[in-house]
Write a protein that binds this ligand. Sequence first.
Ligand SMILES: [Zn+2]
Length: 291
Amino acid sequence: MQGEECPAAPGRSCHSKTRGGYIDRSGMVGAIEIKRCETCGHGVSFPAIPDVAFLYEGRQSQDFQPDARNWLSKWIKDIAFRFQAKRLLKDIGSFEGRLLDFGCGSGQFTRVLDETADNLDVTGCDFFAEPPAELRYQSYIGHDELALAKDLYDGALAMHVLEHDDDTRALLDRITSPVKPGGLVVVEVPNVDCVWGDIFGRYWDAWYVPYHRHHFSQISLRAVLKAQGLKVEAIRGVTAPTMGRTLANLFGCKNSVFWIMVGITLHPLQLAGEVLTRRRTALRAVCRKIA
Ligand SMILES: [Zn+2]
């Protein structure tokens, strides 16, 4: 919320202070800094990147699960995604119909969700005109085509998408405009206040810069969703396995089956720490699009 009214201090702009230098995980940007507001907690990555498309060319970022190209890690992730899909279905209750998975990345979660839910027809969506390998036999729509789709879907998911663009409002427009009035909008982002962020510092997996442009707190997430005209029904904390990748970062390694196994082993500890401190990995907002 750099230069804007602070959602935690109406009438004043965010009071942002630098948190220092972070690791450039793309190798394409150089020195990266994160500034956080001392009042609402919202963080912003610098320098600004008005068009982030170059970061995702070739689908090499971890958003496309490059580590899941090995059959064993793909199999493990399928199981983890099935758990996450079931929990998500619980959160959205009796929802049924056509669901858009905006920013579907590798498409693995999209496919698993579609297979897990009988009453949903899930369509993946991303930058590219061609679907990822996972969605070869599933529904998929590219961003250019999606721009023409208005009020077409009963709901949209944006799982770990909103933090990927400098212009949050324009991105939220793209996510919500294909949804019918009254439709469901689910937005999940990393929680800037997650307990492991303090413990692991810049190695914590969610400080995934330059890819992550915004770092939301519960207050700042609620504020941007409300400013978009969405009715926020609930925001809850979610634990997602991040320990393996965080430790891989700490030891300067690429994520691999070994680190996935380390993450699984430590998952009970990760979960316990987050439940006890009530500072979870991610924030999941369930919203309705007002007509
Ligand atoms: Zn603020």
